[in-house]
Design a protein around this ligand. Structure first.
Ligand code: FCB
Length: 488
């Protein structure tokens, strides 16, 4: 990259290589998998006792989602479970990261389990194990039971406590069969997009609630691990998945702009989870919004759980600078503008548009950011194993019907994956304890505020027929997963 002063606290590696390597061999025990999330693929929104989630309410609210799309049907995965399991097997996946829809298990977020909900995930887990695929279960990928939102959602403590009970139910039900438990997916999004910017469910724009949500999500993480440890019968890996931000700065005050965004975006989670404390500068930066008195004695000890593996999601980088207060303020942080700010207290920071190339999301493609992020985490938490729990790209795929079989020649996605896997490999070669990589996503799905307009899958889904068609990237990835070697 050519922007002036880049500030990341690490060696800036951009521009030194195009990251397009082939032939690299990953460690023998490195895991290649794929990831999905319940609301994005399952459909069957009103079946078998599933309660409403905040995403049902939000997506059915006019104006929130592109084209008015909803997850009502999505990929109809709920009814096509066996076919999808066979698909995973055909792609040589070694692990599958899925999420459990809390409102399928507890329709109102409290009370006894809904047996049909447990049965569905039990079939999924057994089907994975029968095919030699490791189950990696995320407890929360954003579909909060609506009934809990009606009581205040993540802005109130009782939601975190309910989450601990929910973890206990699923831990008891699936306890001996899950290889890796992930408590939360990207609590940054749940808190700041859900309660700050309004781009995600429940669509609120309240900076104080966003910060309360940060803490209650952190607490939920700690309570869930505590609950799971009591009930599971095997020796699983415990993890959380964070979307940690690679923040570059430019101009006068770059270091301060970077610091503020890293505090809100990264250290608000890694601080309590991995160090047992909120960063002092975060509390200072946000003191006009809240005094953080919702953090109660003992909370930090609950949150600070040893993690067997830290899940890292990575898509692109951010470039920030201090806003001059005069020019129109830029907010090119990669998220839909829904009125509020996802960065409470950082009103003097602006997000600058970065040079391309871009994916269909408008996100800049910068594989060096992944290498930097892994190295920075390794420096800060030297003994912490990690895995990449999401990485991938949306592109405007087209189906080629000219041959005997339909095909999607998604060379841009293969290129994206190759470059990011090269970055991951470089991190491994420099001593990072990276255990695996999960491509986002197994198949095209409901991409939140963008509905079905953004296709991230390595498998194409025809939403009219629900036919699955492995793209060229899926075949490429299958070769990688079976050989541990980045195809030439
Ligand atoms: C991540 C989400 C995932 C998907 C990708 C593109 O933030 O965890 O569900 O939407 O972005």
């Amino acid at each position: 990259m050519t922007q002036g002063n880049t500030v990341t606290g690490n060696t800036v590696t951009q521009g030194t290589s195009d990251y397009r390597d082939g032939g690299l061999v990953f460690p023998a025990d490195f895991t290649f998998g794929s990831a999905t999330a319940s609301y994005q693929i399952e459909g069957a929104a009103n079946e078998d006792g599933r309660g409403a989630s905040i995403w049902d309410t939000f997506s059915h609210t006019p104006g929130t989602i592109t084209n008015g799309d909803t997850g009502d049907v999505a990929d109809d995965h709920y009814h096509r479970l066996e076919e999808d399991l066979d698909l995973m097997k055909s792609l040589n996946l070694q692990a599958y990261r899925f999420s459990i829809a809390w409102p399928r298990i507890q329709p109102t977020g409290r009370g006894p389990a809904n047996q049909a909900g447990l049965d569905f995930y039990s079939r999924l887990i057994d089907g994975l194990i029968a095919r030699g695929i490791r189950p990696v279960a995320t407890l929360y990928h954003w579909d909060l039971p609506q009934a809990l939102e009606d009581e205040g959602g993540w802005a109130v403590r009782s939601t975190a406590e309910a989450f601990g009970d929910y973890a206990s139910i699923v831990g008891t039900a699936f306890g001996g069969r899950i290889h890796t438990w992930t408590t939360l997916n990207e609590p940054w999004c749940s808190a700041y997009l859900g309660y700050g910017s309004g781009a995600h469910a429940p669509g609120l724009t309240d900076p104080e609630k966003a910060l309360k949500a940060v803490h209650h999500l952190n607490l939920a993480h700690g309570l869930a691990i505590t609950a799971l440890r009591k009930v599971v019968t095997n020796d699983p890996q415990y993890s959380v998945t964070l979307n940690l931000h690679v923040v570059l700065g430019e101009g006068t005050g770059a270091a301060d702009a970077v610091r503020q965004i890293e505090a809100l975006g990264n250290r608000a989670f890694t601080g309590p989870m991995l160090k047992g404390a909120y960063p002092a500068d975060l509390l200072e930066d946000t003191k006009e919004i809240t005094d953080w008195s919702f953090v109660q004695g003992g909370d930090l000890a609950v949150i600070n759980q040893p993690l067997d593996v830290l899940g890292v999601n990575y898509y692109s980088t951010n470039l920030v600078r201090l806003w001059d207060g005069v020019s129109p303020r830029q907010n090119a942080d990669g998220h839909k503008d829904a009125g509020g700010s996802p960065w409470p207290g950082a009103s003097r920071v602006e997000f600058v548009q970065q040079p391309g190339p871009y994916t269909e999301m408008g996100w800049n493609i910068e594989p060096s950011g992944l290498e930097e992020l892994l190295l920075a985490l390794h420096t800060e938490f030297p003994n912490q194993p990690m895995m990449i729990t999401e990485n991938g790209a949306a592109f405007d795929d087209t189906v080629d019907d000219s041959g005997e079989h339909a095909a999607v020649h998604d060379l841009d996605r293969i290129d994206y994956l190759r470059r990011h896997l090269t970055a991951a490999h470089r991190a491994v070669a420099q001593g990072v304890d990276l255990r695996g990589y999960f491509v986002w996503s197994l198949m095209d799905n409901f991409e939140w505020g963008y509905g079905y307009t953004k296709r991230f899958g390595i498998v194409r889904v025809d939403y009219d027929t629900q036919v699955r068609l492995p793209k060229d990237s899926a075949l490429w990835y299958a070769e990688l997963a079976s050989s541990n070697r980045l195809p030439d």
